[in-house]
Unconditional design. Structure first.
Length: 190
């Protein structure tokens, strides 16, 4: 998707250590028109697998997940919480993953009230880097008995090998933009 690629090259900042700052249109401030187009592209790529639910992790995955769910016919969008609110009753599905940007391990929680065996789940996230957060979401889906039908991300950093980590799920994996290199302060988009 050329609009996303151009926006990454124009506004993205390489902060070193593989961290790409795209806060001006996704991770802090949101360009709703661009994210709507991203959601439509994600939906186009996954409509054939007939998802019934979109799953993401808070916070930055929520906007592309909502846009994808809307484009797929207003599917429910469920996001894994990082902090358990008092309204979330036990038991919950929980799994952990290391956070590249926050440092340390983050625990993701989903209420069984909203994730059922009958669901066909499409995981949507902002980044596919090491794949560990998405893998944790996949384990939550598996714990629920639901079926994982696809994985998609707005931006993939292919040099971090997340796609290879996620291959064991045996589902289609798509990214809308792929960063192939961030060495020496560069941002190279495929």
């Amino acid at each position: 998707m050329e609009a996303l690629r151009a926006r990454i090259l124009r506004d993205g900042r390489n902060l070193g250590r593989g961290i790409l700052k795209i806060d001006s249109f996704l991770n802090h401030q949101v360009d709703a028109e661009l994210m709507e187009a991203v959601g439509e592209e994600m939906a186009h790529r996954f409509v054939a697998v007939k998802p019934t639910l979109v799953l993401t992790a808070e916070v930055s995955g929520i906007i592309p997940a909502v846009m994808t769910g809307k484009a797929l016919g207003n599917l429910p969008v469920l996001y894994a919480r990082k902090h358990k609110p008092i309204t979330m009753e036990e038991p919950v599905y929980v799994d952990g993953a290391p956070s590249h940007t926050k440092g340390g391990e983050v625990f993701l929680m989903v209420s069984p009230e909203f994730l059922h065996e009958s669901d066909r789940v499409l995981i949507v996230d902002d980044f596919l880097a090491t794949g560990r957060t998405i893998d944790a979401l996949g384990r939550i889906v598996a714990s629920s008995g639901a079926e994982l039908v696809g994985i998609t991300a707005v931006v993939e950093k292919s040099f971090e090998s997340g796609r290879e980590l996620l291959a064991h799920w045996g589902v289609p994996i798509e990214s809308i933009a792929t960063i192939t290199d961030m060495s020496n302060g560069r941002i190279v988009v495929a």
